[in-house]
Design a protein. Structure first.
Length: 147
């Protein structure tokens, strides 16, 4: 079974293919656009759990950091390389194995050099974390990928 087969994302979510090695291990992540709103999510699996049996905060933080990625798809955010300048994650409740973690990031502001992003991260409609991120715009060029 491949990593994505057992994830059972909700209807409309597709595998997020613009991922690096870290996201492949921490995810996989899925995304969708529904009624003009972007969402990203992943299924909590055993390799995401800490010793208390809940999703590790670092996994949620890495997911929070990935939120700017889906804002760049088909929008006015025409940049590709956006290193994180600041990331704040407030943890509110735990996520358990097999929970679907989802977020709907919002572009708060875009300047010539920065993106400001915010999102609530939820399980079954209940907020488990919230994030605010600032990302530096360093390139608008999409790098070539060799396979």
């Amino acid at each position: 079974m491949s990593l994505g087969e057992s994830d059972a994302p909700p209807e409309g979510f597709i595998l997020f293919s613009r991922r690096g090695n870290a996201e492949s291990v921490l995810g996989p992540y899925y995304w969708r656009i529904q009624d003009g709103h972007r969402a990203m999510g992943f299924r909590v699996k055993s390799h995401h759990l800490n010793r208390n049996g809940v999703c590790h905060g670092g996994v949620i933080s890495a997911f929070a950091d990935a939120q700017s990625a889906i804002l760049k798809i088909g929008t006015e955010v025409d940049c590709f390389v956006t290193p994180t300048i600041n990331l704040t994650v407030d943890y509110i409740a735990p996520a358990r194995e097999e929970n679907w973690i989802e977020s709907a990031p919002v572009l708060v502001k875009k300047t010539n050099k920065l993106l400001f992003v915010a999102a609530n991260i939820s399980v079954d409609g209940g907020i488990i974390a919230r994030m605010n991120g600032i990302y530096k715009i360093t390139s608008t060029a999409v790098p070539e990928v060799s396979e």
